[in-house]
Design a protein around this ligand. Structure first.
Ligand SMILES: [Zn+2]
Length: 484
């Protein structure tokens, strides 16, 4: 049964710099837009962080009783896509399709639920043209040959989201190729196409949209304006979100977004991930080594606004922590069977549950919420160590709560036995063994024991133990498992 609690959730708004009560535009609905990927390459773990953070935010809002409308776009036409297409002798469409498919596969692997809508920029050119025409009509944009620029000086609110002054922004603005712009801060809404580039007919001439306009057009189309939450990585605050806000508010004449939510950066051993440093970790590469929930747990162990630093040691610790949670579930199912009794009144369990919700309600503090989840696992194990029959209902209730709280975060979604099998095989691969070799050793040991060659039997057992494999003898035969 899903409980509905619609309590006040506090969200940190990058615009105000404060935690604010979440009050949606439409009662009972939460509408959010998150900037998606530019489809020109496989996604890396930085993309995974944004996807996981907003997956958890939308899962939690839904669980809290809101009808969530979640939009995440694909930028499917852009300089990077065009350049890759030229380099690989393919069409820009083929490149975009390849990497959209790759992104979808990664999201399925990571347990990121699909958004309500996943619009592509090139399917919304008409909406963008309409918005640009409105901006020209209201005097916020000007045409220059076949291009259209937004006139930053006309927008008195420009810079309020990123908190930058005009001087900062000019210093930070990339040197733009088009010297004809009225002001160096002006940005392109529509770009005149060069020969051979993808282009669309428009009242301003054949061309393609600038990057920022797509998110304004698609978010307003699917969510209306204002809508509740606009998300993305902190790197998008300037210029992307500043520009989205400027063009949207100038076109509509009212607030674009009520809560701006930004997740922190991911660094690799304290370095920014970059192609030139060669330290980009693709999601697909990560998943060759670890269970997908390891990455999720790793990101959720930090507050979403804080930076996280990826290190091998850090990931190994998280890997062990995830195993500890699954091992708790396994232990409960092995030792206590199942029970349908749900006793109330175990204060410790109630307290942990309350701590979890309080943490999540306070700006989705998954780091604190996870500490409650791990305390619950510790409590379950302690009750099992004590071995009292009267504790059994509490153990079962604790297990059920552990599962439901973890599921809010998209964790412990794997079948416990399947997870344990996966971990065993991973362990075998790491120590250079396969399952057939272990089964063979078990047969050799049984044979040695049958012929009373106990020295040999012990040697086989020790050899396996050195590789972290323990043998469990029972009247039904010998099973193996990875040493905990
Ligand atoms: Zn965007």
């Amino acid at each position: 049964m899903i409980e509905i609690w619609l309590v006040a959730i506090k969200i940190y708004n990058s615009f105000s710099g404060k935690r604010e009560d979440f009050v949606p535009v439409k009662s009972g609905e939460a509408r959010l837009y998150v900037c998606g990927v530019t489809a020109y390459d496989h996604s890396h773990i930085g993309h995974a962080r944004a996807a996981i953070v907003f997956d958890v935010i939308s899962r939690y809002l839904r669980a809290a009783g809101y009808n969530v409308v979640y939009v995440r776009n694909f930028t499917d036409v852009d300089d990077k896509i065009i350049n890759k297409a030229i380099a690989e002798g393919k069409s820009w469409k083929e490149i975009a399709e390849t990497y959209i498919e790759s992104f979808h596969a990664d999201m399925v692997s990571l347990g990121v639920l699909p958004p309500t809508h996943e619009p592509k920029a090139t399917e919304h050119i008409d909406d963008m043209i309409a918005l640009i025409e409105e901006l020209i009509k209201k005097g916020y944009a000007y045409q220059l040959n076949g291009s259209v620029y937004f006139s930053v000086a006309k927008d008195r609110g420009y810079g309020e989201l990123s908190g930058r002054t005009t001087d900062d922004m000019i210093a930070g603005a990339r040197v733009d190729v088009d010297e004809r712009k009225k002001d160096p801060l002006d940005f392109a809404l529509w770009k005149e196409s060069k020969p051979g580039e993808p282009s669309w007919e428009s009242p301003f001439g054949k061309g393609r949209p600038g990057w920022h306009i797509e998110c304004s057009a698609m978010s307003i189309k699917y969510l209306g304006s204002p809508f509740d939450i606009h998300g993305g990585g902190k790197d998008l605050i300037f210029p992307h979100h500043e520009n989205e806000r400027a063009q949207s508010e100038c076109a509509t004449g009212h607030t674009f977004v009520n809560y701006w939510v930004h997740n922190g950066f991911v660094t690799m051993a304290r370095e920014k991930m970059s192609k030139s440093l060669g330290n980009i970790l693709l999601i697909k590469e990560f998943l060759k080594e670890y269970h997908p929930e390891v990455l999720r747990l790793f990101f959720l162990s930090a507050h979403y606004r804080n930076p996280v630093d990826y290190t091998d040691k850090g990931i190994e610790n998280i890997d062990s922590a995830l195993k500890r949670l699954y091992a708790t579930l396994e232990r409960v199912s092995e030792e206590s069977g199942s029970s349908n009794t749900l006793p109330k009144g175990n204060d410790e369990i109630n307290d942990i549950e309350a701590r979890f919700y309080a943490a999540m309600d306070d700006d989705f503090n998954t780091a604190l919420a996870l500490s409650a989840v791990f305390d619950l696992a510790t409590l379950i194990n302690r009750l099992m160590d004590e071995g009292s029959d009267s504790a059994l209902p509490f153990i079962v209730r604790g297990r059920d709560l552990l599962l439901s709280l973890a599921n809010f975060l998209g964790l412990l979604t794997d079948d416990t036995a399947a997870f344990m099998r996966y971990e065993s095989h991973r362990h075998l691969a790491r120590v250079g063994l396969d399952e057939a070799q272990v089964e063979g050793a078990i047969r050799d040991r049984a044979e040695a024991r049958r012929t009373k060659d106990f020295k040999k039997a012990d040697e086989i057992r020790s050899r396996l133990l050195e590789k972290g494999i323990t043998l469990l003898d029972s009247p039904q035969g010998t099973r193996w498992r990875v040493k905990k």
